[in-house]
Design a protein around this ligand. Structure first.
Ligand code: FES
Length: 106
């Protein structure tokens, strides 16, 4: 189990506990935790509606792949700390990280 903190669109932060042994993406965890994430493409790095900003821990994440980079480039509000939640596999290195939800609502 790891604990990550999620900041919703109202700026409220909530810690959530996530198991690391079932290979979930951050997008799946957010949806399962009742955050309103559109995730139209179902995790294929094609819609960018699962956009998150990494407020703490960005440097410890694996680098974004080409598909993710291309998609982030299409977002007018993407910053240096932007990632697609569907492309982030939950792992031990995420313990203590803080993510802000930026993508479209459901
Ligand atoms: S769910 Fe579509 S890009 Fe992540």
């Amino acid at each position: 189990m790891i604990t990550i903190t999620i900041e919703d669109r109202n700026g409220e932060q909530q810690p959530i506990e996530v198991p690391t042994d079932i290979s979930l993406s951050l997008m799946e965890v957010l949806k399962a935790s009742d955050y309103s994430i559109l995730a139209t493409c179902g995790g294929m790095a094609l819609c960018a509606t699962c956009h998150v900003q990494v407020l703490e821990g960005y440097d410890d994440l694996p680098s974004a792949g080409n598909d993710e980079m291309d998609m982030l480039d299409t977002l007018p509000d993407a910053g240096f700390d932007s990632r697609l939640a569907c492309q982030l596999r939950i792992g031990e290195e995420m313990d203590g990280m803080v993510f802000r939800i930026r993508g479209d609502e459901q």
